[in-house]
Design a protein. Sequence first.
Length: 372
Amino acid sequence: MKTGRNDKCWCGSGKKFKRCHYGRENEIPVSKGEAINHSQKNASRKYCYAPDDLKRECSQKIINAHTVSKSSSLKEIADESNHVLGLKINFANIARNQGKLIPEKIGINQASTFKGFCSKHDKSLFSCIEDREFIGDDEQCLALMCRSVAKEIYAKEGGLNTSDFAKNSDKGKSLLDQMFIQKFAANHQTGTKAALAELSELKSQLDNQLLGKSVGSLSHLIINSTSPMPVAVSSVVSPITDFNGSLIQDLGNLSVVAEHLVFNSFSSDGKGYVVFSWLKTSTKVLSFIDSLLALEENKIFSALIRFFFGVAENTFISPMWWDSLSDKQKDKIKSLIMSGISPFESNNDTLLVDDGISFSGWDIGGIRKINF
């Protein structure tokens, strides 16, 4: 059906067609420079994700907060020039690498940072993991969760901004391309808003525990070793499948509230740790954890590598460990990084399943369950 000039635009913006998509195919396309400028501005947004009850105490300075400790963790795995390998996720870099994400050198001052806390709250909330040896107590595990969740909310809010920008990227395109771009952006926003609502609820529960308003609502699994962990990561995921390829939860059904798993891999005082954390009521996440614990101990590190690179972007690698890998192992990690990137690919049920490509470099010393 033909859209009249004064009709509501077909794209769903709520504007009249004449003030929205009328003549859009004749407009000047969005330039590469505009896209890079948006990417840079989006990555430099400033906000403090401290609990609302503490906002009155915020300092005026929003800093580059590390999601993975620079002093104790990133330095442990950095090369002689204080660089680690990580993903530089911005438009300019992705364009330069022809759409691929590949591990590249990043200085430890820049690795894992985001402008998500003021200087006061970054110090007060996370000194328990920055300034003392990790022992896996309630305070430290909660701090790890709070920082990871804040970073994920920051990323999701940035994703909404990018979706808004993408809606204008149909300038100069045919009507069919315009419709495709608008539909894709709208679907992305719907999913992102649902995820943001769920993450905000999780953050609220963590804030309550941080403020002493609730206790005992969290479960943790701590895997440790006497040697540093060669891969550092801080992230949040809603696991879809477990390590056997069995379905955990269907994220395509937005009427069902997704269960979240927070995970951190880091080093402290020369020792390595992997910490999984979740709400005690998250039974689906617990079944995911059970599938990991059911593996033979000598296969857990390889399973962690598949998990880290298959679901997380905020991941950093020891250059020395990376150089020790075979081409086959490196190609496996690169394919894991790219899994799920394309919006046209269906979920890979076998992403975490052992395919015979194993990894070494970290021997598990112990496994501790807390509040299961």
